[in-house]
Design a protein around this ligand. Structure first.
Ligand code: B12
Ligand code: SF4
Length: 463
């Protein structure tokens, strides 16, 4: 069958495609699972022409999959499904991705026939087999007809071997865009996944709940095999926490070196994990670890305790020192609380300066669906617009007047860019742009209290 997989574009995203535009790894995983059995096309609306233009020349598909990667992209993904149905009214449409995996909210109004939750490979194979055979699709774990979406269930405790059993992502389908995918200074960049899940249980995070705190790993041989297929020198490792198993990571570094691979890696790591085994981080610095993202979250221990983070401000300082000594650039993310007053913003700016964080980044405390925080506060949120779940808007009332809150947020962002420099002399990893994209982002944040343009507006330019 001809399968068309579509990745949406969100023209209103605050972290715009001009600041980060990465390959749609989830769709490449799905394509990998269908390889050799079906004729798959991935259409990336951030780089490919609108679907109507594609439809004018391409053979009609037999099934279309539309990704809903973030809550903030629900609105644009919904528009994409409607456009797909307009172009190919008889073709079944399935949606899947992080948002439908963690939430059944905001899924109304899609022009879809099926919904997938969790790892999509198996449900998609099952769906295609049923469509091909003309059989009705019964709800099973991970797959439901769209009308039965409220009852959609997913695998909550994936088997430890899950990642090894998944076929490797098919990176050939987007060869035309290889040179265009980037993440900040990493241009071009490839995405890779070595593990999934996290054993910790931060209050604001959905990732540990997705695997019920299980840590799923890919064996070293498979990782090396995948890296050998990647031509790009920069690899953004999308693991939720890459260094949970230090022995394994040490062995992986050895295997990477033995294979003669020389790449620059960007990875997520907790401060306490790094401090527990500085030798492993040192080893990774030797084989190419170029930057890490740490969730510093706060420099106030009582706030860290409230987040159930399990780390301390002292560990943040120590970890920053370790990475600096190794020449590994650090992006440290700090949570901005809607309840903050002027003095809290002052403290944040002072701390970021004192710590000499190479690349600070800031997230407004956001109750993302699938988190403990969300479950606790769902009824109290000040907006029901999914586009605001982007970590740059507040969904809680602010202590400061809203305009002032966003002004202070925009100012800490600007302060961050003024610090750009990094240990290695590179510009800031996260907010770096080659044009005025960062300036536009700051301006959008400054206007945060005005909201987005009406989400009901047709965003046909995006589909
Ligand atoms: C890499 C990444 C990014 C990258 C790039 C992603 C890209 N390719 O373009 C960048 C830096 C741009 C980014 C940005 C943002 N991100 Co981000 N990102 C990630 C991260 C770390 C990895 C995503 C990934 O590749 N996963 C690996 C793939 C293989 O797994 P998967 O997504 O689960 O896919 C499987 C299934 O979902 C399913 N599936 C997926 N799509 C489809 C489609 C169909 C049709 C079907 C059937 C199945 C299916 O099958 C897939 C394969 O098995 C995730 C965390 C995570 N663990 O997922 C956060 C994550 C997705 N991001 C998140 C957020 C909040 C954001 C931002 C909104 C905020 C921010 N300040 O960063 C922005 C939004 C940007 C925008 N333009 O709108 C949240 C989303 C939470 C939510 N409910 O919305 C996550 C979960 C992290 C978190 N903190 O919780 N992100
Ligand atoms: S924020 Fe990081 S450490 Fe905390 S549960 Fe999520 S992935 Fe794990």
């Amino acid at each position: 069958m001809r399968i068309l997989l579509v990745w949406p574009r969100n023209p209103r995203a605050v972290l715009s495609d001009a600041l980060s535009c990465c390959e749609p790894l989830p769709l490449e995983y799905l394509a990998g699972a269908l390889r050799g059995h079906h004729d798959v096309t991935i259409h990336d609306l951030r780089l490919d022409p609108p679907l109507a233009e594609y439809a004018a020349t391409a053979e009609p598909p037999d099934l279309v999959g539309v990704a809903v990667p973030y809550t903030t992209n629900v609105t644009v993904a919904r528009e994409v499904t409607r456009e797909v149905k307009r172009l190919w009214p008889q073709v079944p449409v399935v949606i899947g991705g992080h948002h439908p995996t963690v939430s059944t909210e905001w899924l109304d109004g899609f022009a879809a026939d099926y919904v997938v939750a969790g790892e999509g490979a198996e449900p998609l194979r099952r769906l295609i087999a049923a469509v091909e055979a003309g059989r009705p699709v019964e709800p099973v774990i991970g797959l439901a007809p769209y009308q039965a979406r409220a009852a959609l269930r997913r695998v909550t405790k994936p088997a430890p071997a899950t990642l090894n059993e998944l076929p490797a992502p098919d990176r050939t389908l987007l060869a035309r865009h290889r040179g265009s995918y980037f993440h900040s200074i990493y241009r071009p960049v490839a995405l890779a996944r070595f593990s999934a899940g996290c054993p910790y249980r931060c209050h604001f995070c959905s990732l540990w709940r997705m695997t019920d705190r299980r840590y799923l790993v890919k064996e070293a041989e498979r990782v090396v095999g995948e890296l050998q297929q990647i031509d790009q020198a920069n690899v953004y490792v999308v693991d939720d926490e890459a260094f949970i198993q230090p022995e394994r990571m040490g062995e992986l570094a050895d295997a990477i070196e033995a294979a003669g691979l020389r790449k620059r890696y960007h990875m997520y790591v907790r401060t306490d994990t790094a401090l527990r085994r500085p030798d492993v981080i040192t080893r990774w610095a030797e084989v190419g670890l170029d930057s890490v993202l740490i969730g510093a979250e706060s420099t106030a221990d009582d706030e860290l305790t409230g987040y159930q983070k399990g780390t301390t401000a002292r560990q943040t300082r120590q970890a920053l020192r370790l990475f600096r000594e190794l020449g590994v650039k650090v992006r440290a993310n700090f949570i901005v609380r809607p309840s903050w007053g002027e003095e809290d913003f002052d403290r944040l700016a002072r701390t970021v300066d004192e710590l000499a964080v190479d690349m600070p980044s800031f997230s407004v405390l956001t109750p993302l669906p699938g988190t403990d925080l969300y479950d606790e506060v769902r009824q109290e949120l000040i907006s029901d617009d999914p586009e605001l779940f982007d970590c740059y808007h507040t969904l809680f009332p602010t202590r400061l007047a809203p305009a002032r809150f966003y002004q202070r947020l925009a100012d800490v962002l600007l302060g961050a860019s003024a610090r750009a420099g990094g240990s290695g002399g590179d510009p800031a990893v996260f907010y770096f742009s080659t044009d005025d994209a960062f300036g536009r982002m700051v301006q959008t944040v400054r206007n945060g209290h005005l909201g987005f343009p009406d989400p009901a507006d047709p965003v046909t330019a995006a589909v």
